[in-house]
Design a protein around this ligand. Structure first.
Ligand SMILES: NC(=O)c1ccc[n+]([C@@H]2O[C@H](COP(=O)([O-])OP(=O)(O)OC[C@H]3O[C@@H](n4cnc5c(N)ncnc54)[C@H](OP(=O)(O)O)[C@@H]3O)[C@@H](O)[C@H]2O)c1
Length: 295
């Protein structure tokens, strides 16, 4: 097995900023959320240029500017590669993907300006682009690294056949993918096998299924919730601790990204670092999630 690396030095649980604009917070409240995460050991923050319609990075940067010394205690991850049609980007005529050198350069410039930082610790291509030229992309990554503007690179939501050619040209740091008891695909479609094979620790988005684990009313969500609640009671842990422990149990050593505004959720997720599920406990959750036992 390849040794699993964590080249961007990410914390074992990451704070996701996708929903930050929805929270309607003052700069002081945003700063308090950042500091509370840092105090818990959640030192990596996940962004994308498009979050909040291109507004979230600036909201974060405004809060960080209240205490700039915090930058040295955190890792900032951002993504680019999606073009939204919005007044914030008047030149976009159609929603599109972009991975050209020009697209990446202007996106990184805009992200750094909004975050009020001089570098990103990690930049990800948000979605695979049908017009992606692997050589151009790898050359652009190298140039951004030489210029000191981005330290490490990765991708998100790629199929294995899209990640492999890029990885042959430049060492990627991670693959950011969706995984939860309500989204099992990467366990079985080769995505996590590839991460393990290449020694890439995957970042996991929506590990709580975006909250649907707690609020979903469909048959599957109800069945999974019942199993999680029963197991959490047996183990004497919070449901969130159990779900994150289920994610962490994969041998690729995933790095879950939480999207909650509530700091107690981060605390419950960090507690999962001390809970190693045995294989049968892991499969019990999988069985509820899949709605059938293994063959
Ligand atoms: N690469 C990509 O394509 C991609 C896509 C999506 C997301 N992401 C990243 O992944 C991060 C996490 O995604 P996510 O926000 O979907 O993650 P998540 O942690 O699965 O879901 C967070 C949501 O669940 C809710 N929640 C948590 N506990 C709950 C409970 N007990 N009852 C009801 N609701 C509850 C939270 O609400 P409260 O705030 O009220 O707790 C929040 O709205 C994002 O911030 C972003 O950085 C990346």
């Amino acid at each position: 097995m390849a040794a699993m690396h964590n080249p961007a030095g990410l914390s074992p649980v990451v704070a996701g900023a996708w929903r930050l604009a929805e929270w309607g917070w003052t700069p002081q409240q945003r700063l308090a959320w950042i500091e509370a995460n840092l105090d818990l050991g959640v030192t990596s923050f996940d962004h994308a240029d498009i979050y909040g319609g291109y507004s979230v990075e600036a909201l974060f940067g405004e809060a960080l500017a209240l205490r700039p010394g915090l930058r040295g205690r955190m890792q900032i991850v951002s993504k680019c590669g999606i073009g939204l049609v919005t007044p914030a980007r008047p030149r976009h005529r159609v929603k599109h993907y972009g991975t050209s050198a020009a697209h990446l350069r202007s996106a990184v410039d805009a992200s750094l300006r909004a975050l009020r930082c001089d570098h990103l610790d990690l930049l990800l291509i948000h979605r695979p682009d049908a017009l992606m030229d692997f050589d151009e992309l790898a050359d652009t990554f190298e140039a951004l690294r030489r210029e000191g503007r981005v330290r490490q690179f990765g991708v998100s939501n790629f199929a294995p056949h899209q990640l492999a050619p890029l990885q042959r040209r430049i060492a990627l740091a991670t693959h950011q993918i969706e995984l939860s008891p309500l989204h099992l695909d990467p366990l079985h479609d080769g995505t996590l096998d590839q991460c393990l094979d290449l020694g890439l620790r995957p970042m996991i988005w929506s590990p709580l299924a975006g909250g649907r684990l707690f609020t979903g009313n469909d048959e599957r969500a109800l069945r999974v919730r019942q199993t999680l609640e029963a197991m959490a009671a047996e183990l004497g842990v919070a449901v969130i601790t159990l779900v994150i422990a289920w994610v962490l149990r994969h041998p690729s050593q995933p790095l879950p990204i939480l999207g909650s505004r509530r700091i107690e959720v981060a605390g419950q997720a960090m507690a999962a670092l001390d809970l190693r599920l045995d294989a049968q406990a892991w499969w019990r959750i999988w069985t509820a999630a899949a709605g059938q036992e293994v063959a």
